[in-house]
Design a protein around this ligand. Structure first.
Ligand SMILES: Nc1ncnc2c1ncn2[C@@H]1O[C@H](COP(=O)(O)OP(=O)(O)OP(=O)(O)O)[C@@H](O)[C@H]1O
Length: 623
């Protein structure tokens, strides 16, 4: 057995001190590196990680050069009466430097694993970066941070080479266990060396078991909430009051369940946007204004819908232009105005809900209620729970809710900041058909009461049609069409707009008269109702507008044969070939949609069937 136990004490206090320094430095630097995207990122990361791969003696040599008596730093410290080399401080510095990369790398990895949408969401809910760090980033990354801390501690405890070079082996001062093992073995005291080795193995085992039991590596999304953390967040959000939404449910006055949203009466409700945003491979260029009526944004994937919303929310900075909301300039490139997200009063609802997984439903809703005194937040949260029909779910965590409930919480949380504008980014798309129609009805109800601007992104025309009075179609980052929903639906100006608005039948077209075109893909001449523009290049018709007639007297009536059918519960899609029988199932010109009842009446009729492309229904488009 060793007769002197000071190496144990020195090792422990060195490792603890080094872990503390590595912890603070590692977290701080990782947070900075998380957002730093400069060119030097790779170099900086390499330098910060270097002590992990360098032999410890190399690190020790650099420290000797840095703190040695002949170095500028050493001479400066000498003048202050401070000596580093061969002191306990030197062992701590050496241990900190070798432990730091483990802390930094593990923490950076944990930070980068946190869903960026959650951080964006916190920004739009009015949180400062400091608050986001403490209340969102750190709690979500804590298993990784904890693992980094334990690894850093283990590395500091086992440090040998660098410590020996700058701290030496001074018994009772700088001699740590690894150094004691080396010198005991060198002196042939194998029993003493073995005792230290066993002690190191025991401590290391405790550390490894600590990682396994300390939630290291477990997802914070599904972990069992620690009661202390739950109480801490309740205190942070509510001053410790009950907010579950269970007891007050009975007493709730349902007549006030929808909040009468209001905003400043001085300015009319209006959003004016004229911006460009240039990113590699894509340019957004939009100019539009909208008011209290919900505006639906449609467009193919990658057309710039979300980018437009993110620019309005302040999560992206436009390259040029101006955004004015209710008379308040949110962004003006010329005047260098760029109101931070947290001050824009923007309620942003994401497709994936972006609920904070470590906070309860009530805490999620209260997250943006910073302007409300803590005691008043409880009744406010209750009101939003009731408004969204979420009574009794206040204490649940997001993963304990159905998709529809989660989306209602997301909506409640966005509304709870009393936003001047609601930005809904495909809020219903992750829900199944039943939940979607439930949430959609609730959304329509809420939007009828809401007095701010609403932008609603969706890929479903029918959804946009039910929720929004006006539509805007984006194509390749530019506005391809805007107007009332009826106008966009009935007169899509371009092929792209018609396609986005779910028109399925197109043919290349050549104008052949004031009200006639030749549909070259369909092999026929067509009469249309409106004057044909000279640059018309497509003609189209919606699938449910195709008519089946007994006679051929009316214009635009052609013989057709059935190539194949595709059935749903209520409707049947007929794939039709014009003028001659099809050669294969894929040989067709048109898709016509009919109700099942009609299909059952017509399916036995002999071919050819007479289809009519009603001039009133034909859409003539430019490219
Ligand atoms: N952070 C980013 N970095 C680089 N390119 C991006 C970034 N975000 C979006 N883009 C690009 O910008 C374009 C517009 O993206 P945006 O997300 O606005 O499309 P969208 O119309 O919302 O599509 P979807 O319907 O699929 O969500 C796309 O080409 C996309 O690849």
């Amino acid at each position: 057995m060793p007769d002197d136990l000071t190496p144990l004490w020195i090792s422990l206090k060195t490792a603890i001190a080094a872990t503390c320094f590595a912890f603070l430095l590692g977290i701080g630097v990782a947070r900075w590196m998380m957002t730093y995207r400069g060119r030097a990122r790779g170099v900086i990361d390499g330098v910060l990680t270097l002590p992990l791969v360098l032999p410890p003696t190399v690190v020790g040599f650099f420290l000797l050069l840095l703190f040695g008596k002949n170095s500028p730093v050493g001479q400066f410290l000498d003048q202050l009466g401070i000596s580093i080399i061969f002191t306990w401080a030197a062992t701590v510095i050496a241990a900190t430097i070798v432990a730091f990369p483990l802390m930094y790398k593990t923490t950076l990895g944990a930070f980068e694993q946190v869903d960026q949408t959650l951080l964006s969401s916190a920004r739009t809910l009015g949180a400062t970066e400091w608050r986001i760090f403490w209340q969102v980033l750190l709690p979500l990354a804590y298993p990784g941070v904890l693992a980094g801390t334990i690894l850093a501690f283990a590395r500091a405890l086992g440090e040998f080479g660098a410590t020996l070079m700058v701290g030496g082996s001074i018994p009772g001062v700088t001699q740590t266990i690894p150094i004691a093992i080396f010198f005991a073995a060198e002196a042939g005291r194998m029993g003493v060396a073995l005792a230290w080795v066993l002690l190191m193995v025991a401590i290391s085992l405790v550390v490894i078991v600590g990682i396994n039991y300390g939630d290291g590596g477990r997802s914070p999304l599904r972990m069992r909430p620690n009661p202390l953390i739950v109480r801490w967040f309740n205190w942070v959000f509510f001053g410790g009051r009950n907010h579950s939404g269970t007891e007050d449910t009975e007493r709730r006055d349902t007549s006030h369940s929808i909040h009468p949203f209001t905003h400043s009466p001085i300015h009319p409700t209006e959003l004016r946007v004229k911006i460009t945003k240039q990113i590699p491979g894509f340019q957004l260029r939009v100019k539009f204004r909208t008011d209290e009526q919900p505006l639906g944004l449609l467009g193919a994937s990658g057309s710039g819908k979300s980018m437009t919303l993110r620019c309005i929310a302040g999560l992206e900075t436009p390259s040029t232009g101006k955004i004015v909301l209710n008379g308040r300039v949110l962004f003006d490139a010329e005047k260098a105005i760029n109101v931070p997200s947290r001050d824009r009063k923007v309620g942003l609802v994401f497709q994936n809900y972006a609920l904070f997984p470590h906070l309860t439903v009530a805490q999620n809703i209260a997250f943006g209620m910073q302007q409300i005194p803590k005691p008043q937040r409880v009744p406010e949260v209750m009101r939003y729970l009731a408004m969204m029909h979420l009574e009794g779910l206040g204490d649940r965590y997001p993963h304990q809710l159905s998709g529809g409930q989660q989306q209602r919480v997301a909506l409640a949380r966005a509304l709870a900041i009393q936003p001047d504008i609601l930005l809904l980014d495909e809020p219903l798309s992750a829900l199944d058909a039943y939940l979607r129609s439930q949430v959609e009805r609730l959304l329509i109800e809420v939007l009828e009461q809401y007095r701010g601007v609403t932008l609603f992104i969706t890929h479903k025309l029918e959804e946009a049609y039910r929720i929004c009075h006006s539509l805007m179609v984006l194509n390749g980052g530019e506005i391809a069409a805007e107007g009332t929903r009826e106008d966009i639906f009935e007169h899509p100006p371009t092929f792209q707009v018609a396609r986005v608005t779910e028109c399925k039948n197109f043919s290349a077209a050549v104008p052949i008269g004031e009200t006639h075109v030749e549909a070259t893909d369909w092999g026929c001449k067509l009469e249309v109702i409106d004057p044909v523009p000279p640059d018309a290049s497509f003609v189209g018709i919606r699938a449910h507008h195709i008519l089946f007639l007994r006679g051929t007297r009316l214009s635009n009536t052609f013989p057709s044969w059935l190539a194949m059918i595709s059935e749903t519960q209520h409707r049947v899609t007929l794939y039709l070939k014009l003028h001659s029988p099809p050669e294969s199932a894929q040989d067709y010109h048109l898709q016509a949609e009919v109700y099942r009842e009609k299909w059952e009446l017509m399916c036995d009729r002999p071919f050819p069937w007479n289809v009519r492309l009603d001039p009133v229904r034909l859409i003539v488009m430019t490219r």
